[in-house]
Design a protein around this ligand. Structure first.
Ligand SMILES: [Fe+2]
Length: 412
């Protein structure tokens, strides 16, 4: 047994014999070739938004997360804002497309989906993983069949020139990029001209002052997990592909029967704490949409993928365990943020006895991403209670039906 296959398995969802066989073989080969050791934590996540949206999105993130605005990298067709907590958690790269008429590969991923098309440039792009030796990792992955953008394509896409960037996954539509950085060095993104933009700085500072006034600034922690939704039939291959590209292991899968869906968790081999390198979660329906007229089962996950395409659904942030003003911290954080006009899809659900409490915000009008808050009690290290996931999945599905109706109304 290799290191990456030695972690205890969780969950009750059955996988196919294909999955179990290749999980073992892929991870063993990854360990023996040294790739597991060469690829480390998620160093940054990349999000693109439509023209005119990045200032307000940075303001939203500055209020709802612990992130700070650092600098803007300006290139010909994009502004890329770098947001950071510290060097122990991934950066956010928020990139705004300057011209609404610009077309490109990432936009085309949105355009064939009815709701995705309504915000053509808004999408989560993927993760940047830290590596010790960029050339070795990229050439090893190429030998294993992964495709990368050429240096010329990276320059035209206006992505940082010091990255090796994979082509979008056929299963998740996400990209994985590798960045060489010794652990002790600062993160550097080789892109455009850097400037602290006064308009962004102003919105950022106002949000941070509000965060302090609301007494939530010290309660929200960095990213806990990133949850991607994929088509039913791509659940196993999406997990195996991600494990091949990263140094993550398979934690396990839970069947959420109520919502005809499953939640599948992978975690970093190198870091126990999600704060250091967030867990990557994949959600997929149990049955494909075209059998639903026979089965009559709820299918919010498959419906989401059909409306937006496979993509990241939510970013979960941890909330510090404890109480503020006689309320659990998560209840306090949600009450304070909701009072500023931000909607949440339901009340905080879960309990101390179950080990955690969770909630989903409404989807951001800028990125289409939902923010999840999760507070774990004591030493609980699980990801969810099954009842919670069923309720969260249902609530997100209800909001989406409304968005679907709005999108149809625009077309009709
Ligand atoms: Fe989640």
């Amino acid at each position: 047994m290799s290191a990456s296959t030695s972690f205890p398995r969780h969950g009750d969802k059955q996988n196919s014999a294909f999955f179990e066989e290749y999980l073992e073989r892929l991870l063993e080969e990854r360990d023996t070739t040294g790739l597991t050791g060469m690829i480390d934590e998620i160093d940054a996540i990349m999000i693109t938004v439509d023209p005119g949206h990045s200032i307000r999105y940075v303001g939203e993130l500055a209020l709802m997360t612990p992130y700070h605005y650092l600098v803007t990298l300006e290139s010909e067709n994009h502004w890329t804002h770098v947001l950071r907590v510290d060097m122990n958690s991934p950066d956010f790269l928020v990139r705004e497309v300057k011209d609404p008429n610009i077309r490109g590969i990432f936009r085309s991923l949105n355009e064939v989906y009815p709701i995705g098309a309504s915000k053509p440039n808004s999408r989560y792009m993927g993760e940047i993983l830290r590596v010790d030796d960029l050339h070795s990792v990229a050439s090893c992955q190429q030998k294993r069949g992964f495709r990368f953008f050429s240096q010329d394509q990276i320059r035209k896409l206006e992505l940082p020139g010091n990255l090796a960037v994979s082509k979008p996954s056929p299963y998740t539509h996400n990209i994985v990029a590798y960045m060489e950085r010794p652990h002790a060095d600062m993160r550097v993104y080789a892109l455009g001209i850097s400037e602290i933009r006064p308009d962004i700085q102003e919105v950022y500072q106002a949000a941070k002052e509000l965060q302090k006034r609301l007494a939530i600034a010290d309660l929200i922690l960095p990213i806990d997990h990133l949850a991607t939704r994929v088509y039913c039939q791509n659940r196993e291959v999406a997990i195996l592909e991600w494990l091949s590209l990263s140094s993550y292991y398979y934690w396990g899968s839970y069947d959420i029967k109520d919502q005809n869906s499953s939640t599948n968790v992978t975690k970093s081999v190198h870091h126990r704490s999600e704060i250091r390198s967030p867990a990557k979660v994949f959600t997929a329906n149990n049955t494909p949409y075209f059998v639903n007229h026979l089965e009559k089962l709820p299918s919010p996950t498959e419906t989401f993928v059909r409306n937006y395409g496979p993509r990241l659904h939510h970013i979960a942030l941890a909330v510090r365990d404890g109480e503020t003003d006689g309320r659990e911290n998560i209840e306090h954080v949600v009450k304070q943020i909701a009072a500023q006009g931000r909607d949440f899809l339901l009340d905080v659900i879960g309990s101390k006895e179950q080990g955690l409490k969770q909630i989903f915000s409404s989807a951001s009008e800028h990125s289409s991403l939902i923010v999840e808050y999760v507070q774990r009690f004591g030493d609980f290290d699980g990801f969810f209670a099954k009842d919670n996931v069923a309720e969260l999945t249902h609530a997100a599905g209800v909001e989406e039906e409304l968005l679907e109706l709005q999108a149809q109304a625009r077309v009709d």
